[in-house]
Design a protein around this ligand. Structure first.
Ligand code: ADP
Ligand code: MG
Length: 385
């Protein structure tokens, strides 16, 4: 789960990490007022669930409150496209107005989960700022990484080593040690999958400050934090993902034309691979999980049909916990309800498979059954051909 920069900064600040003075605004008038509070000269920052805003025109320095208001009018409602958003971009609904800080140096600092070692890894670089991805690709030796032992935690001497490597000395170095240790506390206490400060800056006056912040919470730990669901900004999510979430279904949007209804993440991956092998392009996949009910299958089917890119539907379900006739009923119910005329290919196996297939072939829908995964994938590709 993602949150906005201003929310991430509030959390960092609560853990003792210095951030610029700022105020979040929902209208252009609020932006103007906030800009006045900051003294006129300020930075206007579009809040979207993606980085790379600076280069896309989503972060700008302004000199007067009226200028802030004009810029806010341009930004509100606009979709900002950055290298992290995909081609449609993300719509701006909130703007952070911040004091303009005179920056002397910029650094990159983050802690994230390393799936390889199953541990938190700290990543720091004295070069980077907005171009950290380029540094990582061209000169990875300029990036320091440290695997954190979960039993000992992050030790002050390790944090000091990082701070020294960043080229910091004296009191700023000690401030950085404290900041790094606090950042690790944020990760642990807030159950984060990522905490990133890019850039971490030293100001002209010699203070350390988090100038940008990104936090991703570990979805598996959301139940431990009652406040997290309220922090979510639904305007930043695909409406179909929201509906899928309500029914506890995992929906992932892709770019092709075949909608895929599957049970289980492993089967979903295999389905996408086989479809591709037969020259098909998946438009999405919807995982109904292990023991889905007839209602859940029907809801899933309707969600897939709402995706305008879908030209045909591929159902690949193994009826172990879920019986094939139940799945067939769910498909027929949903398809009839929304008058679906799109080609459907169903590959199912498991308990009550013959009954399931019979129900489908006698349903009057534009449906074919596949004998196995390859056969079914070939069929849907040919039907769309
Ligand atoms: P993004 O990473 O999405 O491009 P940032 O918040 O990192 O957005 O902003 C881009 C750049 O703008 C930063 O690297 C920093 O140099 C500058 N910047 C951001 N906020 C401020 C601020 N309050 N004062 C001065 N400069 C800022
Ligand atoms: Mg940034």
């Amino acid at each position: 789960m993602n949150i906005h920069e201003y929310q991430a900064k509030e959390i960092l600040n609560a853990f003792g990490i210095p951030i610029p003075r700022g105020r979040v605004a929902l209208t252009a008038d609020q932006v103007e007022r906030a800009a006045k509070e900051m003294g006129g000269r300020c930075v206007v920052k579009a809040q979207i669930y993606a980085g790379g805003r600076g280069k896309a025109g989503g972060v700008k320095l302004v000199h007067h409150p009226e200028q802030a208001q004009t810029l806010a009018k341009e930004l509100f409602g606009k979709s900002l496209v950055t290298p992290q958003t995909g081609p449609e971009g993300l719509r701006v609904r909130r703007i952070l107005v911040e004091e303009a800080v005179d920056i002397a140096r910029e650094f990159y600092l983050s802690i994230t989960l390393d799936r390889g070692t199953s541990r938190y890894v700290l990543i720091a670089s004295a070069e980077g700022g907005m171009d950290i991805e380029e540094v990582a690709a061209k000169s990875p030796e300029k990036i320091q990484t440290l695997n954190i032992d979960p039993f000992t935690g992050l030790r002050p001497f390790q944090a000091r080593h990082i701070a020294l490597q960043l080229g910091l000395t004296g009191s700023v170095c000690e401030d950085c040690v404290t900041l790094i240790l606090n950042l690790y506390r944020v990760c642990l206490e807030k159950d984060c999958a990522l905490v990133e400060i890019n850039p971490l800056v030293v100001t002209q006056a010699g203070w350390l400050m988090a100038m940008d912040a990104k936090i991703t919470f570990d979805d598996n730990a959301i139940f431990r934090h009652r406040e997290y669901p309220d922090m979510m900004d639904y305007s930043q999510l695909d409406p179909l993902e929201i509906t899928a979430g309500k029914y506890d279904l995992a929906y992932i949007k892709l770019t092709g034309s075949i909608g895929c209804l599957v049970n289980g993440a492993g089967l979903a991956m295999a389905t996408l691979d086989v479809l591709k092998e037969f020259g098909g392009e998946p438009a999405n996949f919807l995982d109904v999980g292990g023991g889905a009910t007839r209602e859940k299958v029907a809801e899933a089917f309707k969600i897939i049909l709402q995706d305008k890119d879908v030209k045909g539907i591929f159902v690949n379900i193994f009826g172990g916990i879920m019986r094939c006739d139940v799945i067939a009923h769910g498909i027929i119910e949903a398809a009839s309800e929304v008058n679906c005329t799109l080609p459907i290919v169903v590959r199912m196996d498991g308990s009550q498979v013959e009954e399931g297939k019979r129900l489908l072939t006698e349903s009057g829908l534009n449906v074919q059954c596949g004998d196995n995964l390859g056969d079914a994938a070939g069929k849907i590709v040919r039907m769309l051909g």
